[in-house]
Design a protein around this ligand. Structure first.
Ligand code: TRP
Length: 380
């Protein structure tokens, strides 16, 4: 009896540093203690900001204290947005998803964005990185992908933990003083073998949630758009910040997007799994044709008869969550594929076309912003 029950349990694990197994989001929401975005909350956001396909289609699906933040906004109290990137390698299209949504929020609510590059984290958590400078260099490459999405100069502040350490460290130790080793063990699953930099790190990730308040000399609400794997950090931040006299940060969380080979979260290390923002049209086409997991039938004849399954098809999934914001067009593709009218090769062509043109524009913007970095970067 017990054995059976165990077998039925789908095993998955989500931490800020690892996502494995098939994620059961209902269970994760309970485990983490976040709230689902229900129809009422969705309407409330739409009333203030309009509709975004990543919300409509359920990609951004959970939150903490969003109604509180919106209520403040409705009475004229502006918030700021805070998000970030751990520079461990090249940027891929999965990384762009929360940033595109953040850019939309900035535009609609007309608010500041604070963007943290955790080069310290990636050094501390990597088995292969020998020098902090490696992560630091990657940070300034990665940030081009963020800024290429059109963030507003003067309202967007990006900083590497290593290069803005003087300001950040002063605040981080205030957080660190309120977090015990046993809390960090319980929240992140650390043990006595973890290095002491790893144990301290969550204090650095908490800082941007209240740094703008420190600098302004008054409390400003904070909204953090992020992949749900980062929630454990902000659980700690929400516990500590009120003890220092600041608001708890609110958050809005997205699901993971799979890699081309159907990994639960797009992976830079597995060959063919990721489309990088710097890939050439040839590389994109090759990866999609060779690696993209398809919901099609084994033969064309069977496909025409039975139809394909768009819900498990990586090209469809990526059109849905990134490359095809137009609901009508997406729906057409869905049904054409499901009824067998559209073949897998045709779906792949649509995807390649969309991804290539998206990345062409992105790559141009990326190079342009390289020359304008000074307008965004904070160092001390
Ligand atoms: N730790 C995150 C990562 O590995 C980077 C990060 C820092 C972040 N601050 C954040 C992500 C705030 C989301 C929101 O990618």
């Amino acid at each position: 009896m017990e054995m059976n029950e165990e077998k039925e349990e789908r095993v998955f694990e989500v931490t800020p540093w690892q996502v494995s197994g098939e994620v059961d989001y209902d269970k994760l929401v309970k485990q983490f203690g976040v709230s689902l975005i229900d129809a009422q909350l969705m309407k409330r956001i739409e009333k203030l900001a309009g509709s975004h396909f990543m919300l409509r289609r359920g990609l951004f699906f959970a939150h903490r204290d969003l109604p509180w933040l919106l209520a403040r906004y409705e009475t004229g109290e502006k918030f700021f947005l805070y998000t970030g990137r751990g520079p461990s390698g090249k940027t891929h299209i999965g990384h762009l998803v929360p940033w595109i949504f953040t850019r939309w929020l900035q535009e609609k609510f007309d608010v500041e964005v604070w963007f943290q590059l955790t080069d310290d984290e990636k050094f501390l958590f990597s088995d292969t990185m020998e020098r902090p400078e490696q992560a630091n260099e990657l940070a300034y490459e990665n940030v081009l992908d963020f800024l290429a999405l059109g963030f507003e100069p003067g309202k967007t502040f990006v900083f590497s933990n290593l290069d803005y350490a003087k300001t950040l460290y002063r605040q981080a130790i205030r957080v660190a003083k309120k977090v015990t080793f046993s809390t960090v063990k319980a929240v992140f699953g650390f043990n006595n073998e973890n290095n002491i930099g790893q144990i301290f790190f969550t204090s650095m990730q908490a800082v941007p949630a209240f740094l703008p308040s420190v600098l302004a000399g008054r409390n400003i609400p904070c909204l953090i758009p992020h992949g749900i794997d980062q929630d454990p950090h902000f659980r700690i931040a929400r516990d500590v910040l009120p003890k220092l006299g600041y608001y708890k940060p609110a958050s809005i969380q997205c699901k993971f997007l799979p890699g081309l080979t159907a990994t639960p979260k797009m992976s830079s290390s597995k060959p063919g799994d990721a489309i990088f923002t710097t890939d050439t049209p040839e590389e994109i086409a090759m990866k999609v044709k060779k690696y993209a997991f398809s919901g099609g039938q084994p033969t064309i004849q069977e496909h025409r008869e039975k139809g394909g399954n768009p819900d498990i098809d990586m090209c469809f999934i990526w059109l849905k969550y990134l490359f095809e914001p137009d609901d009508k067009k997406l729906e057409q593709i869905y049904w054409d594929y499901k009824t067998g009218k559209m073949l897998t090769s045709e779906l792949k062509e649509i995807f390649i076309e969309k991804a290539t043109s998206f990345l062409r524009t992105h790559q141009e913007a990326r190079e342009k912003v390289r020359k304008e970095l000074d307008r965004f970067v904070l160092k001390d």
